[in-house]
Ligand binder design. Structure first.
Ligand SMILES: Cc1cc2nc3c(=O)[nH]c(=O)nc-3n(C[C@H](O)[C@H](O)[C@H](O)COP(=O)(O)OP(=O)(O)OC[C@H]3O[C@@H](n4cnc5c(N)ncnc54)[C@H](O)[C@@H]3O)c2cc1C
Length: 335
């Protein structure tokens, strides 16, 4: 089974999630024989190819062109389609990032094949005839169950939640086969996009990436107004952490979707998670269970978050969080 992964770039660097896809691909190739491919699209690509080899790619397919400098939805999808026609992989993996979530369904439609989105695991199981098959695990039914999915057509396309992807250790000097393709080779030199990305502007939330932060402070609806949400931001700042939010807080416009933690947002695994005014609904909790330490602050002693936390403080956020901030600042000043 050949596997193709999409190697997403951010500021010319391969994202951690894309490296995590390679690790997942290598793991699957312990069960199925085949090669691990990576598709890399961009402009003025420098170190990215070697990074992909060093993290497990056997073959890297590179398409370089100024038109590919920024993510262009329809052009990227068409280029990937042409790569897939050449490689004929049985499985195509994307990280469920904004780019991956846009590309995967476009590619699935072009290939008339099946897609499973937002997988939190991808496993090998045996079917009733004793044959190995891939099973995708997705949180379903509002997060109350985990659904097992099987894609019946090939190539199978899967997007994986970035928070569950772990990159493997870098193997310095590892090299593989490099396939350079031009837009002309792919028959796309005169491709006319129906919409064009002109500029990518990084938001404040994107910078404070909750996917990778060691400390994430999440504000829930219990602190769901602008004044009290500042407490969440202040505590995150003192802890050098990132600010996350529950869905009602995002809906209220106090945080962006990129900051949302949980089933419809991001799966996170910080060393420390702090939930302030978070009730602990299943759809949120499913995204924090891999955290190192879970600290919850809630005024209701029966809040479900207290069933999953390591440390719980019952009380009003307005009283507790300023004291916590003050104490942390004091310790920083006088260690
Ligand atoms: C299909 C589906 C997908 C979903 N996906 C997600 C998801 O990805 N992420 C997500 O977060 N939600 C998701 N939800 C919503 C989820 O079900 C919950 O509604 C949501 O997580 C609740 O958010 P909350 O804890 O901030 O708010 P609430 O449930 O309203 O809880 C607020 C908490 O704050 C406490 N509180 C109030 N005032 C204070 C105070 N002054 N000090 C301290 N504590 C206080 C209260 O006791 C309460 O426990 C999804 C729902 C569905 C149906």
């Amino acid at each position: 089974m050949d596997i193709l992964t999409f190697a997403e770039l951010q500021a010319s660097k391969v994202t951690d999630a894309a490296l995590g896809l390679l690790a997942k691909g290598r793991e699957l190739l312990n069960e199925f024989e085949g090669r691990l491919h990576a598709a890399l699209l961009g402009d003025a690509i420098t170190d990215a190819v070697n990074t992909l080899f060093e993290h497990g790619a056997d073959i890297v397919h590179v398409v370089e062109h100024p038109k590919l400098k920024l993510f262009q939805s329809d052009l990227y999808a068409s280029a990937l389609y042409e790569i897939v026609r050449r490689v004929r992989p049985e499985l195509i993996l994307f990280a469920a990032t904004l780019v991956g979530k846009d590309l995967a369904p476009r590619l699935a439609a072009k290939l008339k094949t099946g897609l499973v989105s937002h997988c939190i695991d991808l496993r090998v199981e045996y079917d009733e005839n004793g044959n190995k098959r891939l099973v995708e695990i997705v949180p379903g039914f509002g997060g109350l169950f985990f659904a097992k999915n099987v894609i019946l057509r090939t190539p199978q396309i899967v997007t994986m939640t970035p928070g569950v992807l772990k990159r493997s250790r870098r193997e310095g000097g590892r090299r593989g086969e490099l396939v350079r393709l031009s837009l002309e080779d792919l028959g796309l030199d005169s491709f006319e996009s129906r919409a064009e990305t002109l500029e990518v502007v990084e938001t404040k939330a994107a910078k404070a990436d909750i996917d990778v932060a060691k400390v994430v402070v999440v504000g829930g609806y219990g602190v769901g107004d602008a004044e009290r949400f500042k407490l969440v931001e202040e505590l995150a700042k003192v802890l050098n952490g990132a600010v996350g939010a529950t869905r009602p807080v995002v809906d209220a416009g106090l945080a962006t979707k990129e900051q949302m933690v949980g089933q419809s947002g991001k799966m996170i695994r910080p060393e420390l998670y702090v939930g302030i005014g978070v009730s602990g609904a299943m759809q949120h909790v499913v995204g924090i269970l891999d955290s190192g330490v879970i600290l919850a602050i809630n005024k209701d002693e029966n809040a479900p978050i207290f069933e999953v936390c390591d440390v719980g403080i019952v009380g009003h956020a307005e009283e507790i969080v300023p004291k916590l901030i003050e104490e942390l600042r004091r310790r920083k000043t006088y260690p």
